[in-house]
Design a protein around this ligand. Structure first.
Ligand SMILES: Cc1cc2nc3c(=O)[nH]c(=O)nc-3n(C[C@H](O)[C@H](O)[C@H](O)COP(=O)(O)OP(=O)(O)OC[C@H]3O[C@@H](n4cnc5c(N)ncnc54)[C@H](O)[C@@H]3O)c2cc1C
Length: 389
């Protein structure tokens, strides 16, 4: 039986997230975009509302949200401001490898740090490198075992919250010759000697979020911070992305919904040729198309997130949802600017920011092409985690 009814808990989580997006994020979204940063006060309010540690289990002080509820909350927060929401949501990406593989000691040492409302900390997911983006198995950050732990060397790039994180989940290679068979992961604290922040990126969109290089120069990592042993790292990355992509798809739906609402309002108000432009069939159909696709995007991410919540395989559905959600955000925001005409091109109008923010949805956590690669491989009956390498 298909049941579209949300639970009371899900309705409450979405309502709370929407009110936070409306009352706390929207009023400062344009300013945060312009300044490229978020006021500490807002981060504290978000932490107090549980929005920086949504997926961390309740026993460590987190929200304990399942993937479906977390994805619906993501839609609301990205409706508010994609830059701020990316900052808040990055903890979930960074901690999913830990939810999969961390032992009790690691959970107890690190999860509570993200849940303290008075001193909220961030974590960051470190996979991408200058020479390894879509081809994640090509990473060359190396880890060497020593008598009392490990030595880590390498450079990560485009890391969300890289410059503000307290600790990092870092994917690295024990043996580059082994390609994806050589990959593992460690938890690295910002305070460790040899960890430094490189270039801070000046981005097109999601400008409020912090994106930097993170450099590891002979960093001593204690034995107890090994998160994923050699050989299991690639599986951990793929499983992590399968679980988190529904939330990125939901982010795309949230940005698209924000743009649709702006476009609908404007089309009813703007009069040309003696009547509101919504009465022109080409504009009316554009809005109809937006409404229909937003609904489809929401159902796709909900299916992927529901499967993830149930512990069912969700790789294919996550890629459907992520590919669709990213394209949806780009198409709807572009058309929303079009409906605004010249005004939509101006920074005073929200749709200008939304169109810049939307582009990232087709890039991070696996590009639009990589999602199609996963879908295409499935069509050929290839469900191996690395069919294209
Ligand atoms: C703002 C921002 C935040 C990010 N945050 C993080 C983060 O927190 N942690 C992290 O680890 N990474 C992060 N990333 C990195 C992001 O995941 C990568 O940028 C993305 O995976 C693509 O890698 P790339 O940029 O190297 O592009 P490339 O892999 O070089 O791709 C370039 C183009 O080629 C296409 N392409 C590549 N291979 C194929 C193929 N086999 N078939 C068809 N087309 C292909 C791609 O789709 C793309 O269009 C972030 C990136 C950005 C921009």
């Amino acid at each position: 039986m298909v049941d579209f009814e949300l639970t009371e808990e899900q309705k409450a989580a979405c309502k709370m997230a929407h009110e936070f997006a409306l009352n706390e994020m929207r009023p400062i979204a344009l300013e945060c975009d312009k300044e490229g940063k978020i006021p500490d006060e807002l981060i504290k309010k978000a932490a107090a509302a549980g929005l920086t540690a949504m997926a961390i289990p309740e026993e460590y002080g987190g929200g304990g949200l399942d993937q479906l509820t977390a994805a619906m909350v993501s839609e609301e927060l990205f409706w508010g401001c994609a830059g701020i929401a990316t900052t808040l949501g990055a903890n979930s990406l960074a901690t999913t490898p830990m939810m999969i593989a961390a032992n009790d000691d690691q959970r107890q040492r690190y999860f509570p740090r993200l849940c303290d409302p008075d001193d909220p900390k961030f974590a960051a997911f470190c996979l991408t490198e200058p020479g390894a983006g879509s081809d994640a198995a090509a990473i060359s950050t190396t880890i060497q075992e020593t008598d009392d732990g490990y030595i880590l060397n390498g450079q990560k790039c485009f890391i969300t919250n890289g410059g503000i994180a307290d600790f990092y989940t870092v994917f690295c290679t024990f043996d580059k010759e082994k390609k994806y068979g050589g990959i593992g992961a460690v938890i690295v604290e910002r305070a460790y000697e040899g960890v430094s922040i490189g270039k801070k990126e000046d981005k097109m969109g999601i400008r409020a979020s912090n994106t930097t290089e993170v450099i590891f120069d002979n960093v001593k990592v204690p034995k107890e911070n090994l998160l994923v042993p050699m050989g299991q790292g690639f599986y951990n990355v793929m499983t992590t992305l399968d679980l988190t992509r529904a939330s990125v798809a939901a982010a795309g739906v949230g940005v698209a919904r924000a743009a649709f609402e702006e476009a609908l309002k404007y089309a009813k108000e703007r009069v040309q040729f003696g009547r509101p432009i919504i009465a022109q069939q080409s504009i009316n159909f554009m809005l109809a198309e937006m409404a229909m696709k937003i609904e489809a995007g929401r159902r796709l991410y909900q299916l992927a997130a529901w499967k993830a919540t149930k512990g069912l395989p969700c790789s294919l559905e996550s890629s459907y949802a992520k590919a669709f959600g990213g394209d949806l955000a780009m198409e709807v925001t572009t058309n929303a600017v079009q409906i605004h005409g010249g005004y939509g091109y101006m920074k005073e109008y929200l749709v200008e920011k939304l169109m810049r923010d939307a582009k990232i949805m087709q890039i991070y956590e696996g590009t639009a092409q990589i999602q199609r690669l996963v879908i295409g491989a499935n069509l050929m009956g290839i469900t191996d985690a690395y069919p294209w390498g």
